[in-house]
Design a protein around this ligand. Sequence first.
Ligand SMILES: [Zn+2]
Length: 445
Amino acid sequence: MNTLIENLDYVVTDTGVLENRSIVIEGARITSIRPAGSGAGAGSSGVSDVSRTISGTGRAALAGLKNAHTHAAMTLLRGYGDDMRLQPWLENLIWPAEGKLTPEDVYWGTRLAAIEMIRSGTTFAHDMYFYPAEVVRAFRDSGMRAAVGLALFDFGDPENRRGQQKNVESFLREYGAAPPGAGDRVFLTMAPHSVYTCSPELLVWAAEVAEAQGLVYHTHMNETQQEVDQCLSAHGVRPFVHLDSIGVLERVGSRTVAAHTIWLDEAELDLVSGHGVTVVHNPASNMKLSSGCFPWKELHERGARMLLAPDGVASNNSLDMFDEMKLAALLQKHHYGDPTLLPAEETLAVATGARSTVFGSHGVGGALAEGGPADLVLVDVTAPRMTPSHNLVSNLVYAADSSVVDTVICDGELLMEHGSVAEEETVVAEASRCAAELVRRARSG
Ligand SMILES: [Zn+2]
């Protein structure tokens, strides 16, 4: 199906903001970004079968936002425990509840997350959670692009490790790198949870599988000072040096996506940039859990590949990438006492995926461009909070929220049209039911 989005007020591209443009989408690709009014029917455009026309009047088009680190089904635990220290929060609330999760919970929790993400202009999510088959099914049903992590953590127990390895092997055998029926939009990643929950053997095994099968390696790194101290006492080195010393960075550094990366020393900053690791800034989660501040300046100066994400809802408590953009920019300025840090243009580039190509071979694009995937968002530039438009990029980062998102297209398919997303009522009802039953089970022990 070919789509014409005509008479857009603005199109945000990697070379700047273009005014008065139309966009032609052929199948799943953007084939033309042209001056408005130059036509797209047979003849002038060379596109003979425009089957859908969307008015862009009063709208700006930008690339779909990319959520690079999340635990989607944690939507069921939104607001279940807040304002607590990490250990009691995990031990008394989150882990007991997660111990009672069913596959059905994960399916509806992920569907709920997907609707929230679509509504806030996100077209891709990089997930890590339980019951990957249900996560695959949920994202497939949502229409979003998604990387579904095969989560691993053995806490150093060899028997546990062998069990998890067997599960992952059989899952990969059954599904392959791209699950059958999921089209190109849903794919798998290896997701060893972290250095502090995975033995070196498991971290290395996951890297070998990721390397052999061409999968992204998704993990949490250097989130807290305590985790760094723990690694120093267990292995004698800091976490990134540990990954390097066991050969993980050599094997899969450039396909590694590391969430948080707050507590990095100079040698680790150099390892990250030298091996092409993609680091993920999670400002809301980091502030809510008082984890610390992502060293954007040091990473940016070294040319590190970078993405942005909300983390799981239990530590955020939403999945809105517009919130995340504003928080990312403000956190840097506040923490370092320098308002020039992480400017709006750079923040938007990171959020659209333009500062890392780690998912590129799986079809995930960056900035909006001719020839790129048709993953885009139309925002209402006539909304009060977007007026006036002296600087559209500034408005997108500092003034916008999900309420300005009007239409979302992923892989050429319309996922949200003028504020409405298919099956929303059903998903909200089912997720509410699952959440209530889950909490009842968790509390009854
Ligand atoms: Zn996380």
